[in-house]
Write a protein that binds this ligand. Structure first.
Ligand code: HBI
Ligand code: FE
Length: 288
């Protein structure tokens, strides 16, 4: 694990594909209580802010009583879309992460955040991975998109364009919005596992919200340690799946010839749904 210095998980017992046994029996009552608190706080927001498909997947999982046993959740999930969950010690190299997705296996970190990290932590813990990512794997179209994304991973590694592909994951899997008859809804794991960013992504006047455009997302950089300055909005999960079926090689070429777009900017051709005022930064700094 030299490429992942000072990560907190225990990588000593893992298999060659970075999986480990979850060992569900070892979680403490205090950790289960922390899970219940995180779950209850987030579940309250879903009706108002989350896409219906996410709400449905969460209901099927019914994991509010404590840290879920991945074997039990896997059995339910594989009956629905053929996806299975595998326990991992934390962040794993992209190559291995993509390879798991390509085999319809979702890596779930086996540890839960500490009590003083309730509102924010850098690495994904089991609450982010399970509560944020697993519900949509019950949706057949999104489930197929995630496997296709994984398959694209191997190609991107060969082409040296993983950085561009990872942007698609960041904006459309971690922080995606979707247009519905009931208005904009969140479906991204990064926002729906965070109470603050769930509200921010839908209600705040600061961020830009742009119509999804594959080439635009591929050009757009991102920061990992604060709310997004731009969110991209799908009309449907089919739209994301269809876009990802395209041959990415020419798109990578095009992207590499064009300047990167920083997340605060609007450029010609953007289909702007809401233009942000960018006020979050100074509000954040004043609050600090
Ligand atoms: N590892 N365990 C884990 N979980 C992730 O979500 C994850 C990862 N490694 C790499 C990664 N995500 C991103 O770079 C993906 O876009 C590939
Ligand atoms: Fe994630």
């Amino acid at each position: 694990m030299d490429s992942y210095p000072n990560l907190r998980g225990d990588y000593s017992q893992m298999a060659t594909d970075y999986t480990i046994a979850q060992d569900w029996a070892r979680y403490t009552e205090e950790e289960h209580a922390r899970w219940r608190m995180l779950y209850a706080r987030q579940a309250k927001l879903l009706k108002r802010f989350a896409a219906q498909e996410f709400i449905d997947g969460t209901a099927t999982l019914d994991a509010g009583d404590g840290i879920p046993d991945l074997e039990i959740a896997s059995a339910r999930l594989s009956r629905a879309t053929g996806w299975r969950l595998v326990a991992v010690p934390g962040l794993i190299p992209e190559t291995d992460f993509f390879a798991h997705l390509a085999r319809r296996q979702f890596p779930v970190t086996n540890w839960i955040r500490k009590a003083d990290e309730i509102d924010y932590l850098v690495e994904p813990d089991i609450f982010h991975d399970f509560f944020g990512h697993v519900p949509l794997l019950f949706n057949p179209v999104f489930a197929d998109y995630m496997q296709l994304y994984g398959e694209k991973g191997a190609e991107a590694e060969k082409l040296g364009t993983s950085k561009i592909l990872v942007r698609l994951y960041w904006y459309m899997v971690e922080f995606g919005l979707i247009r519905t008859d009931g208005g904009l809804k969140a479906y991204g794991a990064g926002m729906l596992s965070s109470a603050a960013e769930t509200r921010f992504s839908i209600e705040d006047k600061s961020p830009n919200r742009l119509r999804f455009d594959l080439k635009r997302v591929m050009r757009t950089s991102y920061k990992i340690d604060d709310f997004q300055e731009t969110y991209f909005v799908l009309d449907s999960f089919d739209e994301l799946f269809e876009a990802t079926r395209r041959d990415f090689a020419p798109l990578y070429e095009l992207t590499q010839r064009q300047p990167e777009i920083t997340p605060d900017r609007i450029v010609a051709g953007d289909r702007v749904i809401t233009l942000g005022d960018g006020s979050w930064k100074q509000r954040r700094d004043q609050a600090a």
